[in-house]
Design a protein around this ligand. Structure first.
Ligand SMILES: Cc1ncc(C[n+]2csc(CCOP(=O)(O)OP(=O)(O)O)c2C)c(N)n1
Ligand SMILES: [K+]
Length: 483
């Protein structure tokens, strides 16, 4: 027995003896569980001071029966011999006191009921009576609405542009507009965003223009990534938005580091990182949550639980009650929120941010939602999920319609406003696409820069070969490649 455990055991037994506690009827069982406690069940504890009386063997554990007044003295004797007396008292362990119990109870694999989901608006856009939420001004509420619509229109047009062969790839946030916009609205520009790829609305909210989105998707010379990345891999230094990186969940540990640096600099800001239900199966997810909890980093882990990771349903992703329950396992406050309710998402992230910064702690937010679109333009989701299911979420559960009912109910919006907004966004984006499409591509030399301070000889050789190949086969390369 470890010396600290023996000390604790003997202190406890002496205290019991001083108070002359009568032996509880279940003493025998407690004794048994306590003695087995620190070791693996099934293996005998290394020190057993009391020799078992005949007939007292119960599997792995030796037992002595005590009665009446003699029990306290016996407890002392047992403790001196290295046994733990058990009882209601808590015993010191590394990490804090733990109480012993007589029953051999395994923690159940799940709670009896699933964790509740915080909601403000019902399906008809009415505030649920008694719901508590962060007030939003008319101005903020309307900006949220118009950005949700802008995101939806942008997604629809870029998706079509890919189908027309004008861009190589696209991925929509359909069904997750409230998550995108309302979470962004609850942050300040000083908060650092480490995105997955389905949160362009956060960047839109921060002021990334439709022209900037188009420049990236067309990989032209104004794209900040210099045309090196696939479409939708946006990033902006100016807007504190890390560049999207496709490998799932790598951004989570980065976010903890970024958050910790904000804390060291005593900044009034936090980091937020987004990821899907699929991302929770990556080792990076677990490393990041543990790291953040231990380091008390002001980071918000925002899980978009949208039911699908490409063709993998959540039923094949995890057996836990979603992601929210995992926060507690790592010692982190967590909340489950209706991801299709803009006011609930806004309120939850607003509160999470306050706690993260003021109390210096990570928070996990799990937003329940549904990926209404295909995974990307490389996917046809009707191959693995029922069309009815998609339609139900696209219509009856649409976050934009629900929020619109609420703003309209407040007298802030009407049908004419709606068509004017949609028309304006469409015009602006079509113009941006035309400009982006005509804009020359970045110079070829840029393919080889920004990794090494000086381009090494092997890369210079590759560049020379590429230029020769383009000259030999000009028809196989875009006409505007700048040799
Ligand atoms: C490490 C890694 N494994 C696999 C992939 C391929 N992949 C791209 S997206 C994706 C699904 C991710 O699903 P989820 O995290 O739930 O996000 P969602 O697409 O639903 O928003 C997978 C498996 C990847 N990009 N990175
Ligand atoms: K990543």
């Amino acid at each position: 027995m470890a010396p600290w455990l023996a000390r604790a055991s003997s202190q406890l037994a002496r205290r019991a003896a001083r108070r002359l506690l009568p032996a509880p009827s279940s003493y025998r069982n407690r004794h048994c569980a306590a003695a087995a406690g620190p070791w693996l069940l099934g293996s005998a504890p290394p020190v057993l001071g009391a020799s078992p009386a005949a007939g007292d063997r119960r599997g792995f554990c030796s037992v002595r029966r005590f009665t009446g007044e003699s029990s306290a003295a016996a407890a002392v004797e047992e403790a001196e011999n290295g046994l733990v007396a058990g009882g209601d008292q808590a015993i010191d362990f590394p990490g804090g006191k733990v109480s012993f119990v007589a029953e051999m109870n395994f923690l159940p694999e799940s709670q009896r009921e699933r964790i509740n989901c915080y909601r403000v608006l019902d399906d008809d856009g009415r505030t649920i009576s008694g719901s508590r939420f962060q007030e939003v001004s008319k101005e903020l509420a309307m900006k949220m609405y118009s950005e949700m619509v802008t995101l939806q229109v942008m997604d629809t047009i870029f998706f079509e542009a890919q189908r027309q062969g004008r861009i190589s790839f696209y991925l929509t946030s359909h069904g997750e507009e409230a998550i995108n916009i309302a979470s962004a609205a609850a942050l300040t520009i000083d908060d650092i965003v480490l995105p997955q790829y389905r949160e362009p609305g956060v960047l839109l909210w921060r002021g990334f223009t439709l022209q900037e989105f188009a420049n990236q998707c067309f990989g032209n010379k104004l794209d900040y990534g210099k045309g090196r990345q696939m479409p939708i891999h946006y990033g902006s230094n100016r807007l504190n938005y890390f560049t999207v990186s496709s490998p799932i969940a790598t951004q989570l540990p980065h976010a903890v580091g970024a958050a910790y640096s904000l804390k060291m600099d005593k900044k009034d800001a936090c980091a937020i990182t987004y990821f899907g239900d699929g991302g929770t199966s990556e080792g990076d997810f677990h490393a990041a949550l543990n790291f953040a909890a231990v380091m008390e980093a002001p980071v918000i882990f925002f899980c978009r639980n949208n039911g699908w990771a490409i063709s993998t349903p959540t039923s094949e992703q995890f057996r836990s009650d979603g992601a929210v329950i995992r926060g507690q396992a790592y010692g982190m406050r967590s909340i489950r929120v209706d991801g299709n309710d803009a006011l609930a998402v806004y309120s939850a992230v607003h509160a999470a941010r306050e706690m993260a910064i003021k109390e210096g702690r990570p928070i996990l937010v799990e937003a329940l939602t549904y990926r209404v679109g295909h995974h990307s333009t490389s996917d046809d989701s009707t191959k693995y999920r029922p069309v009815d299911e998609i339609e139900h979420w696209r219509t009856a559960r649409d976050p934009i319609s629900r929020y619109r009912k609420w703003v309209q109910g407040n007298g802030w919006w009407c049908d004419e406003d709606e068509s004017e907004l949609r028309n304006n966004v469409r015009q602006e984006l079509l113009k941006a696409i035309q400009v982006a499409e005509r804009m020359p591509k970045p110079p070829l030399a840029e393919l080889f820069t920004d990794v090494y301070d000086e381009v090494p000889s092997n890369l210079r050789e590759q560049e020379r070969l590429l230029r020769d190949t383009i000259k030999k086969h000009p028809a196989d390369y875009p006409a505007d490649v700048h040799i």
